[in-house]
Design a protein around this ligand. Structure first.
Ligand code: 87F
Length: 514
């Protein structure tokens, strides 16, 4: 089970354990976590998002305040992705938050399963609206009527739009900050092409950008693949995704999706164009999104018992410089050295700040910035000051290095790069250790019991997947297919499906998931 939100209406993280003396001290300083990641993961997560200053709980269940510390991570990823899609000639736009019931109905076959999650506005002040209006859970129905209007001839294609916005899905099960919230931030791309080939190419280009967000920015290994018929977006033609894994809970998590919608929506919304031969044709469409869920996956994968661990590339603060004055030492000199160190780092493009507050001890500051996950701490004490050096301490492994001032920028850059790499490698090793090949139902059930992500040969039949879900139903939730990886291991002739015993058609990842 993933992180849970506090059960109390007040929205405070649960305090667990008896209030021993040690805990009193922690409470006073506001530092430290009462829950351990490996012992009580859900509670640990609720605590770390708050104490790390990413989230504040809100008085509406499933809604969370994203504090500047979280928003900065979002903006760094946004800057990257926005620049990349602009290179692909995708343009940003903004469509309204509200959807009329009439247009929502157009898509009713596909929306059917989602209907309970759609939130409606029914009143303004005390008066009932004549027609209630829906709040977008996604924007197909908002945007596509206008695609129909704007696309006339082949010269209007491709039409490639993206919007950065919030969406609302009124989830009922177990809301979790970032991972499953009733309102979240995302980008949604909606593109239309003259040909299937162009659409197919874009699906994979976008999926590669999603891989890069996870692997290069968040330092989280993902698997690229195709969703099963049961798990794909019902309104689409096929769905590709990047899938991550949370070792502590043994759950897979869909990281982002890139869909080829085929011509389904073109039919529904009459998005037609006249092709070069003067014939009427339907467009091919894609849609793709990643959301603020990315941040939750990062916290779950890298966080530890001291708090958040931010990968340097997404950390708004990469280096915190802490003065360590001593009774008789030249305090002003140390403070000035801290400021000078920050200036040097910032000039080199490193995101650095000094914590010069005089009402907190160095030890308190260490814990504070560890809780917030700053990748590198630089300490400057009397000895460092006298030797014209600084002491650097890594957040990920606590390793300490003395750096001569002359090598500051070079060494810090190296260390940040190394931390980024180490986090990815550590996450990958942990993830890989959770992958289990299962060839039979017995092996599958055993691996599932061990919280594994299971790679199994599959007949690719929808009925069989439904059967797997039914047979694994229980307290922890059923297993489902996560994706069929693009990177397929060899499948020798005669290999049988783990679940049905029929001839296997492909390898597929399975597991419990978020
Ligand atoms: C919830 C309520 C109503 C997901 C929903 O993935 C509708 C929906 O259509 C719904 N939850 N979906 C599927 C969203 C598909 C697609 N939309 C554009 C994406 C990428 C961005």
């Amino acid at each position: 089970m993933g992180g849970g939100e506090p059960k109390k209406s007040g929205g405070e993280p649960k305090k667990s354990g008896g209030g021993g003396k040690k805990k009193e001290v922690k409470k006073e300083t506001g530092l430290g976590l009462t829950n351990k990641k490996d012992e009580n993961f859900g509670e640990w997560y609720s605590e770390v998002v708050v104490n790390g200053e990413m989230i504040e709980y809100y008085d509406i269940s499933g809604c969370y305040i994203l504090r500047p510390w979280a928003m900065a991570v979002w903006e760094i990823m946004q800057k990257f992705f926005d620049a990349e899609i602009k290179k692909m000639k995708i343009k940003n736009c903004y469509f309204p938050l509200f959807v009329s019931p009439a247009v929502l109905q157009k898509e009713k076959d596909h929306i059917e399963g989602f209907a309970p999650e759609v939130a409606w506005v029914t009143k303004s002040g005390q008066s009932e609206l004549e027609v209630p209006i829906a709040i977008r859970p996604t924007s197909e129905t908002v945007m596509y009527p206008y695609y129909s209007k704007w696309i006339r001839g082949h010269r209007d294609l491709p039409l490639k739009l993206n919007q950065w916005c919030n969406v609302v899905r009124w989830e009922f099960s177990n809301p979790t900050p970032f991972i499953r919230s009733r309102e979240f931030l995302w980008q949604e791309g909606h593109t239309a092409f003259a040909t299937k080939e162009e659409a197919d190419t874009e699906v994979l280009e976008i999926l590669e950008l999603y891989r890069r967000i996870y692997e290069e920015f968040l330092a989280i290994p993902v698997i690229k693949g195709k969703k099963s018929e049961l798990e794909k977006f019902a309104g689409g033609f096929y769905t590709t995704s990047v899938e991550a894994f949370i070792p502590n809970t043994g759950r897979g998590i869909q990281g982002a999706t890139s869909h080829c919608l085929g011509q389904n929506f073109a039919k529904m919304f009459e998005i037609n164009f006249e092709n070069e031969k003067g014939e009427k044709s339907m467009v091919w469409q894609n849609s793709w999104a990643y959301s603020s869920r990315t941040i939750g996956v990062m916290i779950m994968v890298h966080g530890d018992d001291k708090g958040l661990v931010l990968p340097p590339r997404v950390a708004s603060l990469q280096v915190v410089v802490v003065p360590v004055p001593y009774k008789d030492a030249d305090t002003q000199g140390i403070f000035d050295a801290c400021s000078a160190t920050v200036d040097t780092l910032c000039e080199a493009g490193i995101r650095a700040e000094a914590d010069l507050r005089d009402n907190y001890s160095p030890g308190w500051k260490y814990s504070h910035w560890e809780m917030k996950g700053v990748p590198l701490r630089i300490e400057i004490g009397p000895k460092d000051f006298a030797n014209n050096q600084v002491r650097a301490v890594r957040r990920d492994n606590s390793a300490k290095t003395d750096i001569p001032h002359a090598e500051l920028v070079e060494k810090v850059n190296q260390m940040l790069e190394d931390i980024q790499q180490s986090l990815f490698v550590a996450a990958k090793e942990k993830r890989d250790a959770c992958v289990q090949v299962a060839r039979t139902w017995e092996e599958f059930v055993e691996a599932l019991g061990q919280k594994k992500m299971i790679l199994a040969p599959w007949c690719d039949e929808e009925e069989v997947e439904k059967d797997v879900k039914a047979r694994t139903k229980g307290e922890m939730g059923a297993a489902k297919s996560l994706c069929s990886p693009f990177d397929q291991p060899e499948l020798p002739e005669g290999t049988k499906c783990f679940a049905s015993g029929k001839p296997a058609k492909k390898w597929s990842y399975w597991g419990r998931s978020y």
